[in-house]
Design a binder for this molecule. Sequence first.
Ligand SMILES: [Ca+2]
Ligand SMILES: [Ca+2]
Length: 203
Amino acid sequence: MKNLILTLMILVIAIAIPTDDTCGQTPISLTFSPDTLFAYMDGAIDPIEALITLSDMPGEHTTSMIDPTTLRINETLLPHSWELHIDSIGFSPDKLIITITANDLIDFYAPFYDVTYQPITITGHYHDGTSFEFSSDILLRGHASGDLNHDRSIDILDMVCLIRWLFESQELPFSDPVQADMNKDGSTNTTDLVALIRIIFFK
Ligand SMILES: [Ca+2]
Ligand SMILES: [Ca+2]
């Protein structure tokens, strides 16, 4: 009987425990602005700023302890500025707003198609020398694969564009031929035309 009661107690406790793996520690807050990056932003004449906000550092650290000069996005991208917001009243956690060039971040993931979540990492050191690495996912919206004339549908007009580019050396109505690389093998040729025809007529 005791064993039954003990088993029931363990079951009740197990159900009551949150399923996250943070063991009660508040997870770091990592937000992006804009929260979605669009592939077309890469073609903007003026650089587009993207903001990454860090707050709720794990453990005993706070964002004010971060050495901003050590910050790297995806291990290679450097922020071009940063701003520390300290709440002296203590109602909200300190936060560090990192500004990067969205065009560079888009280049990091390009080419990408349709809607995709991709991993992003923020690495660096605190002033005490401790290193950190935070990961999240960023939402990207790319071109629709095969939409060669960028009219948001994949149809016979796109097939005509590709035929003219392949056999008549006419320019595609966009700057990047990778858009026509339907099978993503790194080159655009008749195999991709076959793939596009399949999508248009047999999807
Ligand atoms: Ca189209
Ligand atoms: Ca190809």
